[in-house]
Ligand binder design. Structure first.
Ligand code: SAM
Length: 269
């Protein structure tokens, strides 16, 4: 995974993936309880196509300032155009690596990172960066996938493609475990650490099921975690297997809703 692969995937992400993360971004912003805060500086790390920005605009005071950041310029560009189109006057954007933030110590009041830390090669480094840039009393909130119905279907399709027995496997290392996520905040120096397991749906239209499946095989996170050893023929077979498993499990539907669980963890500096 690299910034370029995510930039290339930004259109796919906008079309198919952000519908799955919007709900969890809103829950993450709600979890921080910043509704009564005005004139604070918020940083969104690994912003993707801007689901946290949309939640901040919807749920918090228009006087808060949000900087949406991602290491993929293609993602940041999507958020800039949304901000312009939708009149998000308090949202600005910048390309930044979450593991090496170009910000001074104690310069930010709250940091969000939704489905980003778990994908970084050194997530612990990102958490220590969040701690460094926060003011005393500032909050860091980050969100990881716990388990997804879709993940089991992806793993089954992968095993069938390779002629293997399906096996359970954590989504991305131990970030799938809420207790691990909280421990990582403590290790980075945070206090008052808390967390919640949150359930939601990942929806997709039936008429776009094939496109949705194709977009999953292009997603840099899924490619790296599951598909990296497959050749083109195997990817084609994988798509067929995944489609068959979805139809077998859910039948023909107008809209498919895949159940998903996410961990939201928060700490105070
Ligand atoms: C699964 S997407 C999540 C996007 C968004 N937060 C959401 O929930 O829809 C992961 C994002 O992490 C970004 N990313 C991965 N590694 C990063 C890093 N080291 N620094 C900043 N962003 C990173 C990717 O470019 C991608 O936009």
């Amino acid at each position: 995974m690299n910034p370029q692969s995510w930039s290339v995937a930004s259109d796919d992400y906008l079309r198919y993936a952000e519908a799955s993360t919007t709900y969890f971004a809103e829950k993450s912003v709600e979890f921080a309880h910043l509704e009564s805060q005005t004139d604070i500086n918020i940083l969104d790390v690994a912003c993707g196509t801007g689901v946290v920005a949309a939640a901040v605009v919807k749920l918090l005071s228009p006087t808060v300032s949000l900087t949406s950041t991602d290491y993929a310029s293609g993602m940041v560009d999507v958020v800039s155009s949304k901000a312009e189109k939708l009149g998000w006057k308090n949202v600005k954007t910048e390309v930044m690596d979450g593991m090496n933030l170009p910000l001074s110590e104690a310069s930010i009041d709250a940091v969000f990172c939704v489905f980003g830390v778990m994908l970084m090669p050194d997530g612990a480094k990102a958490l220590s960066e969040f701690h460094r840039i926060l003011v005393p009393g500032g909050k860091a909130v980050y969100t990881t996938w716990a388990s997804q119905e879709l993940q089991h279907l992806l793993l089954n399709a992968m095993a069938k493609t390779k002629g293997e027995e399906p096996q359970g496997r954590p989504w991305v290392r131990s970030w799938a475990d809420l207790e691990f996520c909280k421990e990582q905040l403590v290790a980075a120096g945070f206090e008052n650490v808390s967390g919640v397991l949150c359930s939601g749906d990942m929806p997709t239209d039936a008429e776009n099921l094939d496109e949705f499946i194709a977009s999953m095989t292009r997603n840099p996170g899924i490619r790296t975690a599951l598909l990296k050893d497959m050749n083109d023929d195997q990817i084609t077979q994988f798509k067929k297997e995944l489609r068959a498993s979805i139809i077998e499990k859910y039948g023909e539907q107008d809209v498919y809703k895949f159940r998903a669980d996410a961990n939201i963890a928060m700490g105070t500096k």
